[in-house]
Design a protein around this ligand. Structure first.
Ligand code: ATP
Ligand code: MG
Length: 491
């Protein structure tokens, strides 16, 4: 809704006052005053946009009113009303700050135009004022926000580093200086090399600046200082035109966490080792019993010993998994790599798994195409497909289908293990390669496992400079895709 323009008409002649009211009509609200004193009272009380002011009045003359109005209400445009032949006075009033003048008797059109122009001026001025006030408020808010952000960044335990697009550090916090063991406060902007010595991190930032990575993506990496290990999380920043403006890196000290992890791994490794030898001994004794070398067993006794054997075997397999993980983490798992034929391995494992699949009414098939040898540790490659295929069988309902296919694809062998099982939700997917992670699914609750299988698979694939990807649709099926580099035969 457009507000009415408030016009104060100051004139001792009633005809003039009423005339103004009639002529202006819609869109205007008129206040009237018979003399200067009344006019000033109204100005003090009401919000007036424009004043029409007669010069010749009793009590207080127009000139004095003009003077006072200019003094106290400089924003209100004043239009003076003069009689014929007193143009000189009008001009003088203009010099004193009146906005315009009209002469009596009024030319109606002229009168309207003059008042409208004053109303426009008044509106524009008000708008400009509003903008200015808004600007000041925005600036204030912005500064407040900036100061809050500063305080947060300066008090953070994590190091924060912001660069511009020339890879100069334009913002850093005390935590960063502490983590980087820099005692002198550097000037801003600082060349990156004065703060970050780690080449990999600098390369990451360069990559982010080149725009190769999508801007929602952040890159996580560990950097090793003399004593400490840090985790750096870096992401590009973009300006309002979506152009890359620089980078932000947050650094966290994970030294204590790393030490704890190492202690835990050492401990698990030690315990597993200590458990394995007596278990192997017990197994041997049991197999002596089963083979009847210690005298024939009754059927019942045979049954108990067999059940004991099964438990020992699953315990041994868990212990072996734990030891594998420990070796993988120490980088000592995949050591003997030889030219290996993936096709043979897959055929063997499929044959081995066939009875398990059949028992569950699952059809297990395999396809091999354009096979090429890979440089690998065959025993460890077996572990990859052992785990993937047994998962595919375990996490598929009866009557499902599991397909294993291997084919040469340029410099890689691509091996897919596809199933028509329960699938994995999008949220769970990133976690399934974590140690001990198992998805809670009502249909697979009865499957026993420790959640180490895929952690080992990932470790073995990485140790072969390969990669593993998984795609899954809940209730439809899952596909694991492994890429392993083939031996370069071009010499
Ligand atoms: N093909 C698959 N379909 C559906 N879910 C799967 C599939 N493969 C793995 N998962 C899910 O990922 C989890 C982790 O798998 P992983 O092989 O690491 O452990 P596990 O099978 O539970 O135990 P184990 O260490 O004995 O292999 C599983 O518990 C399961 O929930
Ligand atoms: Mg498994």
């Amino acid at each position: 809704m457009v507000e009415n323009t408030h016009v104060l008409v100051v004139d001792d002649e009633e005809v003039v006052r009423e005339g103004c009211r009639r002529v202006l009509g819609k869109g205007y609200e008129i206040f009237t005053a018979e003399n200067g004193k009344q006019a000033l009272d109204i100005l003090a009380e009401k919000s007036v946009d424009i004043m029409l002011l007669d010069l010749k009045m009793p009590v207080m003359g127009g000139k004095e009113v003009l003077e006072k109005t200019r003094e106290s209400y400089p924003d209100i445009p004043v239009i003076v009303i003069t009689g014929h032949g007193t143009v000189d006075t009008a001009v003088e009033c203009m010099k004193q700050g009146a906005y315009d003048f009209i002469t009596k008797p009024f030319q109606i059109d002229q009168f309207r135009i003059t008042v409208e122009r004053a109303a426009d001026k008044r509106r524009l001025e008000l708008k400009a004022k509003q903008f200015e006030a808004e600007n000041i408020r925005n600036l204030y808010d912005l500064n407040l926000e900036k100061s809050r952000l500063r305080t947060i960044i300066n008090r953070m335990a994590n190091g924060v580093m912001v660069t511009n697009r020339n890879l100069e550090v334009v913002l850093h916090n005390p935590a960063l200086m502490r983590l980087m063991e820099i005692s002198e406060k550097p000037k801003s902007p600082v060349p990156i090399r004065d703060i970050i010595k780690d080449k990999d991190l600098v390369d990451t930032l360069k990559k982010l600046l080149s725009g190769e990575t999508p801007d929602e993506e952040s890159i996580s990496q560990e950097i090793q200082l003399q004593k400490n290990t840090l985790r750096a999380l870096s992401a590009p920043t973009v300006d309002p035109d979506r152009a890359i403006a620089g980078t932000v890196t947050v650094l966290e000290d994970i030294t204590a966490f790393k030490q704890l992890d190492q202690m835990k791994s050492d401990f698990v490794n030690m315990v597993a080792h200590e458990l394995r030898s007596p278990l192997v001994a017990i197994r041997q004794i049991n197999s002596v019993l089963l083979e009847g070398l210690a005298g024939p067993l009754e059927e019942k006794q045979q049954g108990f010993v067999e059940r004991g054997m099964n438990k020992i075997d699953s315990l041994l397999s868990l212990i072996n998994d734990l030891l594998d993980i420990a070796k993988l983490e120490a980088g000592k798992f995949v050591q003997h790599q030889v030219p290996t034929d993936i096709g043979n391995i897959i055929e063997d494992i499929v044959a081995l798994m066939e009875p398990r699949a059949q028992k569950r009414g699952i059809i297990l098939t395999h396809f091999l195409k354009d096979l090429k040898p890979v440089q690998a540790d065959p025993k460890k490659i077996e572990e990859i497909f052992n785990n993937l295929i047994s998962n595919a069988i375990n996490y598929s309902p009866e009557g499902g289908q599991v397909t294993v296919s291997a084919r040469g694809l340029g410099e890689y062998m691509e091996i897919r293990v596809e199933d028509t099982g329960v699938g994995i939700t999008q949220e769970e997917l990133p976690k399934i390669f974590d140690k001990f992670y198992r998805v809670k699914h009502p249909k697979t609750r009865q499957v026993v496992g420790t959640g180490l299988g895929l952690a080992i698979v990932k470790g073995v694939v990485d140790a072969h400079q390969g990669s593993i990807h998984v795609e899954s649709v809940p209730d439809a099926g899952t596909t694991f895709k492994v890429l392993l580099p083939v031996i370069d035969t071009r010499g």
